[in-house]
Design a protein around this ligand. Sequence first.
Ligand SMILES: NC(=O)c1ccc[n+]([C@@H]2O[C@H](COP(=O)([O-])OP(=O)(O)OC[C@H]3O[C@@H](n4cnc5c(N)ncnc54)[C@H](O)[C@@H]3O)[C@@H](O)[C@H]2O)c1
Length: 412
Amino acid sequence: MSTTDRQLRVGMVGYAFMGAAHSQAWRTVNRVFDLPARARMSLICGRDAGKVADAADRLGWDAYTTDWRDLIARDDIDVVDVCTPGDSHAEIALAALAAGKHVLCEKPLANTVSEARAMAAAAVTAQAAGVRSMCGFNYRRVPAVAMMRQFVADGRLGVIRHVRATYLQDWIVDPQFPLVWRLQRDKAGSGALGDIGAHIIDLTQYVTGRRITGVSAVTETFVKERPLPAGSSGLAATVDGAAVDGNGADGHRPATGAVTVDDAAVFVARLDGGVLATYEASRFATGRKNALRVEINGSLGTVAFDLERLNELEFYDATRPAGEQGFSRILVTEGEHPYMSAWWPPGHLIGYEHSFTHQARDFVEAVATGVDPAPSFVDGLQVQLVLDAVTRSAELGSSWTEVEPALATVAA
Ligand SMILES: NC(=O)c1ccc[n+]([C@@H]2O[C@H](COP(=O)([O-])OP(=O)(O)OC[C@H]3O[C@@H](n4cnc5c(N)ncnc54)[C@H](O)[C@@H]3O)[C@@H](O)[C@H]2O)c1
């Protein structure tokens, strides 16, 4: 329980999938962690007055508004939490930073490199005035992932040789699944690549402490035309009377539209320090629901993580006597493990939403103590530069494409 009266008054834009996950985190964070400031759920924003009023009540916000500009204009908001699709991240975050608000922005940071660069530059400028910003790569906050990073940093893996990363889902295998915003380039920037590929790009750069320096990629859009949706939220959607057979309620086929993003992206990469890597992001991996897996091989050992078993870390320690070597399963629930002392006794597991609570914890602590949280907007730009290089490589027949260091491009 927090022992402070200091408050950080949060205003959140968007109240659907991530809005609900972030609300859960803001609700919980003060009750679990002892922090130098309390997050207050002051204001929630959505465009539909009735729906956002319901969301405010259901998710536990003090008040609501229907225009994010109101939220930014208010003096009694300290933090702007951006949980909208990528097409509005830049506009909202830039306005919030200019108004002196701390910003937590969902991933991917933006839809294009130029937007991400503007956001990173604004964040660097705002730092000088004590205004903080962070990009929401929440999987960094899974305790087993934080522990993987610690293993690498402590030299337990020796010289890193390989990174093997996949993020697989199957929610659009059905060709009648409607054309939601995630399948439209103008709204989402890219498809599986930016949505889930962005996570494994960030996670592997974070865990290894190395940057992706070049890529060779292929991408594919397996289903090029889909019915228009009646409504959507997160990964769920409906078509008017036609979710099953693709025919409208009156017997006519529903209107359709073109899918303008990738359904899957596969690429090989080099990370600095001589690391060879493979990445695969797909929404067509039938049977795989949210399968984020990362394996890192070094000269002294291997670590492997699987989000669908997120309390565990596999570790192979090649320094042990040959006769005792083998993969061990570490249950990452001890009080000495990252974040875990605040939760339950050893072996009492945590889940998906805890990564968002840990993200809120780290953000509140950084803002309240006047340090810059990570991942920064510059880190978000670094991921965006990789996404862009993958797209360009795929367009050019998989040609090798270099990735610039983000900081250099912000300064330029
Ligand atoms: N960190 C993660 O693991 C994770 C998971 C899913 C989504 N995301 C990211 O979160 C963001 C939102 O995704 P989602 O799945 O929550 O989408 P969603 O469709 O479930 O929700 C989007 C919300 O934004 C609102 N919105 C859209 N434009 C708006 C505007 N101009 N003003 C006010 N509200 C607006 C919608 O009404 C809705 O409430 C995306 O950037 C996505 O990539 C991150």
